[in-house]
Design a binder for this molecule. Structure first.
Ligand SMILES: C[S@@+](CC[C@H](N)C(=O)[O-])C[C@H]1O[C@@H](n2cnc3c(N)ncnc32)[C@H](O)[C@@H]1O
Length: 356
């Protein structure tokens, strides 16, 4: 068996290093196969171990993987005349699945297969339902059946558990940014909120009337997301803020250095930071805001211009943990994700766990 992981093309080495390390910690010793720029990592292991990983390593805890599923079959010589029958045959012993996701990798080669994915959806769905492999109506608490087309004649079939997968096909959420957002960066914070905050807790953590600080705010993409949710924002940056945002009355612009700015009162719920700066400096700054109890939730970017990105990310995460430990800060949660809208960077979420 194997476990398949989707990632951004170009980040296969990071995704592989991470799953190798996490599987090892679980007592599983497999190996990775990943072609450069394929957007896909295959972790080969024993049959029962693939299922074990699919159950035990939370996708939400993996930084570079967008999605993870356990492989059932790898078919490489599908005939143009009938692709459906061999797929159904290969899946006949699979547990009942509640949904079917027909996917490709997030690459140009993958996108070229989208017409095929569309046209096969109906016949494949009917055939799988007839054989009792797929429920006749969607069931969200049954496993998802993944059908990953790698080319017109090759497909990987597998499943992910409903309690351990990204809820978005291909691991890519659909993001809506506020109308008139002054920069495309807005999508990063909007995605961070959507992907890193559990749906059930969304309202408690992101709601109208909260105070927020945006370090490195200009021209105001991230601020526009905070304003959209009804927050009052202190936007810190020497640059120019979007005039429309300033007219909302919800934004106060501070032309100051983000590394020395501090709010007047300790009433800030959200600190967000998108300053293009050395990641270790940003990591320390975020930890210091927490130690000083200047905010409750922080979402920020760490830029990754270096070659050994996975090692660097581990170092930054460790640096935050160590700084908080030294200051005896407990009861916090630290997660990170390489979001769809993140390029050479990751998004990190640090929050206090005790209060909401
Ligand atoms: C990538 S842009 C931020 C884009 C913004 N998040 C948005 O959505 O529109 C980075 C910003 O960080 C600001 N910046 C860099 N270093 C800073 C510092 N030390 N203090 C305040 N702002 C800083 C820059 O002026 C720049 O406007």
């Amino acid at each position: 068996m194997a476990v398949l992981l989707y990632c951004r093309a170009g980040f296969e080495a990071e995704c592989a290093a991470e799953i190798q390390e996490r599987a090892g910690a679980l007592g599983v010793y497999g190996y990775c196969k990943a072609q450069p720029d394929s957007g896909l990592v295959t972790y080969e292991c024993k049959p029962e171990e693939g299922d074990h990983i699919a159950r035990k390593i939370p996708v939400s805890s993996l930084i570079f993987a967008r999605q993870l599923f356990a492989r059932v079959a790898d078919l490489n010589d599908l005939s143009v005349d009938d692709r459906v029958a061999p797929m159904v045959a290969a899946l006949k012993d699979t547990q009942l699945c509640g949904r079917l996701w027909i996917e490709t990798t997030d690459t140009n080669d993958g996108r070229a297969l989208s017409a095929l994915c569309k046209s096969i959806t109906k016949p494949l769905t009917v055939a799988l339902q007839t054989e009792g492999i797929l429920a006749t109506k969607e069931i969200t608490n049954r496993p998802v059946l993944h059908v990953l087309f790698r080319s017109t004649h090759s497909v990987v079939l597998g499943y992910s558990y409903s309690y351990n997968h990204s809820p978005f096909p291909m691991g890519i959420p659909r993001i809506r940014t506020p109308k008139g957002a002054p920069s495309r960066s807005a999508a990063k914070l909007a995605e961070g909120f959507k992907v890193m905050i559990p749906e059930a807790e969304y309202e408690a953590r992101v709601s109208s009337g909260m105070n927020a600080v945006d370090l490195g705010a200009c021209p105001g993409g991230w601020t526009s997301v905070l304003v959209y949710y009804g927050m009052m924002v202190s936007a810190v940056d020497n640059g120019a803020m979007d005039a429309g945002l300033m007219e909302t009355g919800q934004v106060k612009h501070f032309r100051e250095d983000g590394f020395s700015f501090l709010p007047k009162k300790r009433n800030v719920r959200w600190l967000v930071c998108d300053m293009v700066e050395k990641p270790v400096r940003v990591a320390h700054l975020m930890a210091d805001w927490f130690i000083g109890e200047w905010c409750h939730d922080a979402m920020f970017n760490l830029k990754l211009p270096m070659k050994k990105r996975y090692a660097a990310v581990r170092q930054y995460m460790d640096a935050i943990h160590e700084r908080l430990a030294e200051a005896e800060v407990r009861g916090y949660e630290l997660t990170a994700k390489h979001l769809y809208h993140d390029r050479e960077e990751i998004t990190v979420y640090l929050r206090k766990k005790l209060k909401t």
